[in-house]
Each structure stands twice: as structure tokens, then as C-alpha cells.
Design a protein around this ligand. Structure first.
Ligand SMILES: C[S@@+](CC[C@H](N)C(=O)[O-])C[C@H]1O[C@@H](n2cnc3c(N)ncnc32)[C@H](O)[C@@H]1O
Length: 261
């Protein structure tokens, strides 16, 4: 039961943590990743759960809509867990992330994995998509958990870069959290209580931009129907690391498979 009185009692602690987050998003992400010491299900990174049932709808739409002979760019790859998963399905995968420390960690965690590479890059910078396309040609794009942490203008710019990347043959598979309640009820749903905020959530509140939600309406604003065709979309459960004694944590999300017109 999500009690409003508990939400109000969490406000001072959440405000104390949030005030530490740098205003510049790129600086915030680098600061966050540079302090990460452990990843995976028992680690410090909120969204870095072991890949399980969440991947099933992605695999199904990939089989249906993505040419398996094309390369993939994993935008906002973090420590590369999904980049490595993608490398089992596609011949070449490039993970890109705005944080150099994330890219370093992704490389370290991917030792011995063939056909993955990583690069530090801000995909909200105009022209970034064109530059990558010049190197890789038409490619697919996988994006998990990036649009929802961007401001509306940055979402639009990321959308333009993705358009440049996919060309005529590539597809975008995006998957984002889409919790519709207020930020405090969101924290409660992840196990936060007054005086007790799970450690991975505490690190996120005190280190990275506040997440928004991202569903069909937000998708249309960032990736308009005049430019993109929706091949498949729907709700999904995004898996996060176990918190507060739970064995799994699932967050309501939204996924979409898109092609350019
Ligand atoms: C919530 S995490 C998701 C990481 C990874 N996709 C996953 O699902 O495990 C968001 C990631 O996006 C990266 N990011 C944020 N803004 C970005 C940008 N403008 N360009 C590239 N990466 C970005 C962050 O550094 C972070 O690693």
C-alpha cells in the first residue's frame, strides 16, 4: 500500500540526496559511473538486473523486424550488459555512452566477448548520428532507459540522430520505464520507506537526472509519426536489481519497434 503520509515523510531525505546531483547531465552521469564499484544483481546499479523475462518481447520483435545481418548501436549502453546480449544476435555491436567511466567498465566486463566495441559519445549532440552512420552505414539501434532521463529537447535531438543512424534499412528498438505516478510513489514502489531507501535507489537519487516517464505520447513527441512508422509497441516490465529483500524488482515500461518512413 503506497501511503501519501509516508511519501511526505520521505521528502527531507530525498531532497538532501537530490541536491547533490550535478545540474549538467553529462557531468552527473560521469560522476555516477566513476563511483560504481559493483554491478549485476547484487550490485549498486539500479537497472543492471540479470537479463531474464524482460528480453523475451525484445527477442520476438527483433526476429520479426530486424535484419540479423546488420550492425547494432546500443545507445546509452552503461556497463554493456545489453550490448553483450545483442552480440549473441547480431554480427557487430557498438555500445556508446556519454560517460567515459561507463564505457571503461563496459569494456572491462566484456573481455573475451567477440564483436562488441564501446565508445564515449553524447547522442544528443547534433550531427552525432550522421558521424556514426558515415562509419557504420545503415544500422539498427537499441535504446534501453535513456529517453526517460532526457529533457524534451534532448529527446527530440536523440530522435533526429537515430533517424540519421538507421537510414532506410535499420530499425530502432526502444524500451523505457513508464511509471505514471509521482516520483515519491515511484520510489515507494521500488521499496523506499521513510528512513530506509534501498542503496541502489539512494545512489540514483543522489547522482543522476530525475527520471520522467516515457510512453506512446512521449514517443510521438520525440520520434514523430511523420518520420517514423511504429511496427510494434506495447507495455513491458523493465527488470531492476532486487531491493528491500525482494527477489526481483519490475518497473512498468513501454517498448516500441520503429522504422523510418
Ligand atoms: C538508465 S541507464 C541504462 C543503461 C543501459 N542501457 C542498460 O539498460 O543497462 C542510462 C544510460 O544512458 C547514458 N546516457 C545518458 N545520456 C546520454 C546521452 N546523451 N548519450 C549517450 N548516453 C547517455 C548514461 O550514462 C547511462 O549509462
Amino acid at each position: 500500500m503506497l501511503r501519501i503520509v509516508d511519501q511526505l515523510r520521505m521528502v527531507p531525505e530525498v531532497a538532501r540526496l537530490a541536491v547533490r546531483t550535478p545540474r549538467n547531465a553529462a557531468v552527473a552521469w560521469e560522476g555516477y559511473w566513476s563511483r560504481v564499484r559493483t554491478t549485476g544483481p547484487a550490485g549498486e546499479v539500479l537497472w543492471d538486473a540479470e537479463i531474464g523475462a524482460e528480453a523475451e518481447p525484445y527477442a520476438a520483435v527483433m526476429d520479426e523486424y530486424m535484419d540479423p545481418s546488420m550492425p547494432v548501436i546500443d545507445v546509452g549502453c552503461g556497463n554493456g550488459r545489453w550490448t553483450r546480449w545483442l552480440s549473441r544476435r547480431f554480427p557487430q555491436v557498438l555500445g556508446v555512452d556519454v560517460s567515459a567511466s561507463a564505457v571503461q567498465r563496459a569494456g572491462d566486463e566484456s573481455e573475451g566477448v567477440r564483436s562488441v566495441a564501446y565508445r564515449t559519445l553524447d547522442l544528443t549532440v547534433p550531427g552525432a548520428g550522421r558521424l556514426l552512420r558515415a562509419e557504420c552505414g545503415d544500422c539498427h539501434v537499441f535504446v534501453r532507459g535513456v529517453f526517460h532521463v532526457l529533457r524534451p529537447k534532448q529527446r527530440e535531438q536523440l530522435g533526429r540522430n537515430l533517424r540519421d543512424l538507421v537510414g532506410a534499412r535499420g530499425r530502432v528498438l526502444l524500451t523505457e520505464t513508464n511509471y505514471r505516478g509521482n516520483p515519491l510513489s515511484y520510489m515507494q514502489s521500488l521499496g523506499a520507506r521513510p528512513g530506509s531507501i534501498p542503496a541502489p535507489l539512494r545512489r540514483a537519487i543522489g547522482g543522476i537526472p530525475v527520471p520522467g516517464h516515457f510512453g506512446p505520447v512521449e514517443r510521438r513527441a520525440a520520434l514523430p509519426d511523420s518520420i517514423w512508422t511504429v511496427l510494434a509497441d506495447g507495455p513491458v516490465l523493465i527488470e531492476a536489481v532486487p531491493m528491500s529483500g525482494r527477489t526481483t524488482t519490475s518497473i512498468p515500461g513501454y517498448f516500441a519497434m520503429l522504422g523510418s518512413r
